[in-house]
Design a binder for this molecule. Sequence first.
Ligand SMILES: Nc1nc2c(ncn2[C@@H]2O[C@H](COP(=O)(O)OP(=O)(O)OP(=O)(O)O)[C@@H](O)[C@H]2O)c(=O)[nH]1
Ligand SMILES: [Mg+2]
Length: 291
Amino acid sequence: MRSSLVPLGPPVSQDRVITSFPKCYTPAACLQLREHFHGQVSIACQRRSTGTVGEGRTHVQDDGPKTVLESNTHVPRRLRLSKVVVVGDLYVGKTSLIRRFCRNVFDRNYKATIGVDFEIERFEVAGIPYSLQIWDTAGQEKFKCIASAYYRGAQVIITTFDLTDLQTLDHTRQWLEDALQENEPGTCFLFLVGTKKDLLSGVACEQAEVEAVRLANEMEAEYWSVSAKTGENVKAFFSRVAALAFERSVLQDLERRSSAWPQVGNGDLIRMEGHPPETQDSERPSSLGCC
Ligand SMILES: Nc1nc2c(ncn2[C@@H]2O[C@H](COP(=O)(O)OP(=O)(O)OP(=O)(O)O)[C@@H](O)[C@H]2O)c(=O)[nH]1
Ligand SMILES: [Mg+2]
């Protein structure tokens, strides 16, 4: 029996390939202690049967298509990416963090974000192409109304503060509350991220982290300290975000399919009457930046 995987689009760069489950920063404030992918997710990825999750791969065999998803009239849209929203006070380093990760650059000069902006970063998680759509929002009060319009549909909310200015940590509760208001309860992974780690000595950093970890636990968020200047923990952090978001998407898809589709034999799928539920491809903004 011949089997072929038909990839669409160029391969992702080597440092965006995630094969093993990325570790958390500290078990004291961690969303997931497991050090490997969920068993069902690993199997689904090995079989390339991640359903609507992942990008542009169709598993074709001599004896017919592995799934009938692709050939139906009411094909569910593929969930190619997770929407990630980054919020926090002005000047804490949201743009710098995203630019360090996506472009590997750092600018010492401050240029306020006006409204919102986003980057799409492609990964390969457990062999499946998957992307993060990372939304950078403005911390300045006058742009808040524009930015908050883009909180909806987030799978991940990253609340940031400056490790050298603990007032910005106090404000993270409000940022999180505002972002959560636009999303269904329990649908988002929450992260609390302390920025500018390079500016603190070991002891001062540890003291700030104790406070932050306490708050992260109250928020039910995972905690990370990073530096956009040196790049410390930046890649590890976003890899963790991508892996958690991807894993949840696959699990949700498996759950949806098992309730909507009866499984036959080794996992071939038969369509039931009615429309499969829509997946939530994140929307593009009609306009970017300030009006
Ligand atoms: N030393 C150091 N400086 C940083 C770091 N990250 C950001 N900065 C500096 O902090 C300032 C603010 O960074 P931005 O990334 O523009 O802050 P922001 O949160 O996007 O600000 P708004 O767009 O106004 O919400 C800039 O001067 C950056 O160079 C870091 O990790 N270390
Ligand atoms: Mg900014």
